[in-house]
Write a new protein. Structure first.
Length: 70
């Protein structure tokens, strides 16, 4: 449901990955009208050492947004 060019929520060693999720109860699934990964700025590529981003002021994950028609 996410547009192909937005199907990632972080960059790991230069490769886009979709690792973040939005959980919905089964009755709400049919009400989803749109899901987006907000990539309004380039995400940093991370590696195996989590300490390299410790001083970072922003997230290395893109937020996911789901629109529901209730």
């Amino acid at each position: 449901m996410i547009p192909e060019q937005e199907r990632f929520s972080r960059i790991y060693q230069g490769q886009p990955e979709l690792i973040d999720y939005i959980l919905l109860s089964h009755p709400l699934i049919d009400h989803v009208t749109q899901v987006r990964s907000i990539t309004d700025r380039p995400l940093p590529s991370i590696g195996d050492n989590p300490n390299t981003r410790r001083p970072a002021r922003d997230s290395d994950h893109a937020p996911l947004i789901a629109h529901l028609d209730l």
